[in-house]
Write a protein that binds this ligand. Structure first.
Ligand SMILES: *[C@@H]1O[C@H](CO)[C@@H](O)[C@H](O)[C@H]1NC(C)=O
Ligand SMILES: *[C@@H]1O[C@H](CO)[C@@H](O)[C@H](O)[C@H]1NC(C)=O
Length: 316
């Protein structure tokens, strides 16, 4: 391994220093230093249960307390290897990971080696530096993935404008709905771009009967219903939005009991078995069944509730 070459390199740096008490500085190629670093690093690798083992990269500093006990203070650098932690191989037998992908770390350890029974006592602190993320690399690898994009881009507003126009034109709602929030916008490289946008729309005070399209006059109403929508769109290579599809869901609303004021023109409850109602249902079921392409005919089930409104015709 290259480790030992690096180990020797740092020694001239250390040995040129003065030797203050109560520590004496040691040469990095001193066997006691190596023993201490080896003991500390084995403990570090032994204590980690996941990831890869680390191997010694360089001894930065080594000193020993003056006295009969072999107590060493070492500072050393480590680099990630290709050996898994649970392999339990000696780190000397492991190869460094390619340096662009390897985590590195710096450890400060105090190692107390008992010469009598050969036991050791290590206390150490290692700071591991993660591999810096390479954004360009991962984006290049995942060409076909959806990536988040800023929601304030022109393309996103163009798609949503068209999606909401379509919704307002075709929905069964009485009022026009307006964009209130873009939750998420993503796109994917194809031959052109695919977009996926999540957003919310809210009921405005413009009725569809009065307005064909949203105008600046249409304001969302505070008690208005909120729709949660997804839009999908395709942008061609010519940077043209050619296809927009959207789907909105209205979460179940709290049922608000209508005010029980009597007013002409207000819906009023009628009995479910009223002859008026039975006749109407029969007509509407016949109409539905004749218009639908379904293989089955539908028939009215239980009538939950029925209201009738005074006017030129009844609405249900
Ligand atoms: C570890 O060493 C410290 C002194 O550095 C000592 O106080 C402690 O008792 C030792 N622990 C063991 C388990 O040997
Ligand atoms: C909607 O509300 C705004 C302000 O609250 C008002 O200016 C506008 O005229 C209203 N539009 C309709 C159609 O009622």
């Amino acid at each position: 391994m290259k480790t030992f070459i690096v180990l020797a390199l740092c020694c001239s740096f250390i040995s040129s220093r003065a030797t203050p008490l109560p520590f004496e500085f040691l040469d990095c190629d001193n066997p006691d230093v190596f023993e201490a670093v080896d003991t500390a690093l084995k403990k570090y690798n032994g204590d980690s249960t996941s990831g890869n083992q680390f191997a010694l990269y360089m001894v930065m500093e080594a000193k020993r307390t003056v006295g009969p006990d072999k107590q060493l203070h070492v500072k050393y650098r480590i680099q990630e290897t290709t050996c898994a932690a649970e392999e339990n191989k000696p780190w000397q037998d492991c190869d460094y990971k390619a340096s662009a992908e390897a985590k590195t770390g710096e450890c400060t350890a105090q190692v107390h080696i008992n010469n009598v029974d050969g036991t050791s006592n290590v206390s150490q602190d290692c700071q591991i530096v993660p591999v810096p993320p390479k954004i360009t690399h991962s984006q290049a690898v995942c060409l076909g993935c959806f990536h988040d994009i800023a929601s304030d881009t022109l393309k996103v507003s163009e798609i949503l404008k068209r999606a909401i126009q379509k919704f307002n034109k075709h929905s069964d709602e009485v009022s026009l709905f307006k964009l209130v929030e873009i939750k998420e916008a993503k796109r994917q490289v194809v031959a052109g771009w695919n977009y996926v946008i999540k957003y919310e729309i809210k009921e405005t005070n413009c009725s569809k009967a009065q307005f064909q399209e949203l105008t600046t006059e249409c304001k969302t109403i505070s008690q208005g219903r909120i729709g949660k929508c997804d839009a999908k769109a395709y942008e061609s290579i010519q940077a043209e939005i050619v296809d927009v599809a959207s789907q909105c869901k209205f979460p179940a609303e709290d049922v608000v009991n209508p005010p029980t004021l009597i007013c002409a023109g207000c819906p009023r409850a009628i009995p479910n078995d009223s002859p008026e109602l039975t006749e109407l249902l029969k007509v509407s079921m016949e109409k539905y069944n004749s218009e639908t392409n379904d293989d089955f005919y539908y028939k009215a089930g239980v009538i939950e509730s029925a209201t009738v409104q005074v006017g030129s015709h009844s609405s249900f």
